[in-house]
Design a protein around this ligand. Structure first.
Ligand code: ATR
Length: 474
């Protein structure tokens, strides 16, 4: 019998195959299986040739190829396929073995599956994996949650394959997130924040092109400049590069791409869950709606022939406006992350997850799509005050918004006057202005609710619950 494997992986689509290669490249022996077994054979004859892989044609083979406690990672289509696999695997596994789901699973499924798998004497780990194909191969950001007892077993391999950050490139972007579905929840918030980041960059782009008429060469230079400063991030970097790519038959590729965005749903999940929790995650919601509006291409084409608006050309100082757009992007980004962390705090209370928010920031520091220098500042803010109520209250971010807000306000006001839609910049500013107000007009709202529905109200001047006979009092 050949040497047993350290790790088993099921599901050889893009992410699964690259993760398997990543694990093997760190000195582990890996057993692989895929429902369509020709993919196993293709891998064994191709990228896995000469490496420490065992190709399996059945789940029984995979399980019997593994050292105990077994670590079996599922990288299959999220949803019922995972439940089916769990059902098939449970009778094949032994007490203490660990089932890992690295797919884009809805956190509530992972909550449920952790309890179920634990009830069968096994351990469960639902881990967010971010970074796309390249991240999976070279070092993703990993957000594991599930059975606490699984962590010491999966930690060496997970931390070996994860992206590394820090001055010596030795801090893994992989740390235990929390019980049950906590890891997949944090992954979902990561994706929601990614939606917000992308939308905000697109708003900056629209202002720079529609408002200022910048060429792709000029856009490249603006994004290169931003990349050198506090906006330094992977998304700013790839956006810069997009402006340099030419199409085969001439012209810039970006200008030829249909302005209709797709979505796989994790942004929507975050937005729906924010509504359930009663927390204002307005940036991700606006980003989801912006994609919906973009998808209505034919309707927009029809409306564009009927509905009017102002001339979008900005007539003020070009250099200043570029700076102000940078300010708007930075301040809005701070609000977006503030909202994401507030949502995670609310979810942690709701689900009884002892989340470490500084660690969450570090998990996203490398390997994933939202990786950015900025996350170091978030980590520092939560290290200084683990119970920080809102990132906007951390001195670093308070000062950054203070510095940016004149430009930010000018951009939002100008966008409104120019008729250039900036839903994320505007929502961020409304959130900031709402959050920093001691008083909001909800006194009137409560009066309205009490007037028509006797919903009662509280008073500022004395405790208790009150109802007024509004009609008689008129
Ligand atoms: P996605 O759209 O997420 O890429 P997919 O391509 O349908 O999903 O499947 C991704 C992986 O999940 C593949 O390895 C797929 O196996 P096949 O190559 O045989 O299609 C695997 N998968 C999907 N549904 C599955 C199921 N019910 N049982 C086992 N594996 C499944």
């Amino acid at each position: 019998m050949s040497e047993l494997c350290d790790f088993g992986l099921i599901g050889l689509a893009v992410m699964g195959e690259n993760l398997a290669l990543n694990v093997e490249s760190r000195g582990y022996r890996v057993a692989v299986f895929n429902r369509t077994t020709s993919k196993v054979d293709d891998l064994m004859a191709g990228r896995a040739k000469g490496k420490q892989f065992v190709g399996c044609h059945s789940l029984e083979d995979l399980v019997s190829s593994l050292k105990t406690p077994r670590q079996v990672m599922m990288m299959v289509k999220a949803g019922p396929a995972v439940d089916d696999l769990i059902e098939t695997l449970i009778p094949l596994l032994s007490p203490g073995d660990i089932l890992i789901d690295g797919g884009n699973t809805f956190y509530a499924d992972t909550e449920r599956r952790t309890k179920y798998v634990e009830s069968k004497g096994l351990l469960y780990c639902g881990t967010g994996v971010s970074g796309g194909e390249e991240g999976a191969l070279l070092g993703p950001s990993m957000m594991p949650g599930g059975s606490e007892a699984a962590w010491p077993h999966v930690k060496p391999i997970f931390q070996a394959i994860a992206a590394k950050v820090g001055p010596n490139d030795d801090i893994p972007c992989c740390e235990w997130v929390g019980p049950r579905g906590a890891g997949h929840y944090v992954k979902m918030v990561h994706n929601g924040i990614e939606y917000g980041d992308m939308q905000m960059i697109c708003e900056a782009y629209f202002l720079l092109t529609e408002g200022l008429g910048l060429s792709n060469e000029e856009l490249y230079d603006v994004f290169e400049d931003w990349y050198q400063g506090e906006l330094n991030s992977y998304l700013i970097e790839i956006t810069r590069d997009i402006f340099s790519v030419m199409d085969d038959d001439g012209g810039y590729l970006v200008d030829k791409i249909m302005d209709r965005a797709g979505a796989k749903g994790t942004g929507k999940w975050m937005s729906q869950l924010a509504l359930d929790l009663g927390v204002p995650s307005t940036l991700v919601t606006e980003a989801v709606y912006a994609r919906c509006l973009s998808a209505m291409k034919e309707a927009r084409v029809r409306a564009s022939k009927v509905l009017s608006g102002p001339n979008p050309k900005y007539s003020g100082d070009k250099t200043n406006f570029i700076e102000q757009i940078r300010d708007a992007l930075y301040a809005s980004k701070i609000c977006s992350y503030a909202q994401g962390f507030v949502q995670m705090q609310a979810a942690a209370i709701e689900h009884d997850w002892p989340l470490n928010f500084g660690d969450c920031a570090m998990l996203w520091r490398g390997g994933c799509i939202i990786r950015a220098v900025f996350l170091d500042r978030i980590k520092e803010a939560f290290d200084a005050d683990p119970k920080l109520e809102n990132l906007l209250l951390a001195p670093y971010f308070q000062e950054a918004v203070e510095r940016s807000q004149d430009g930010w306000r000018h951009v939002v006001a100008s966008a409104a006057q120019l008729g250039i839609p900036t839903p994320a910049f505007s929502a961020a500013l409304a959130y900031y202005d709402g959050y920093r107000r001691e008083r909001l007009p909800a006194n009137l709202l409560q009066a309205q609710r009490d007037y028509f529905g006797a919903h009662t109200f509280e008073r500022l001047d004395k405790p208790g619950t009150f109802h007024a006979e509004w009609i008689q009092l008129r």
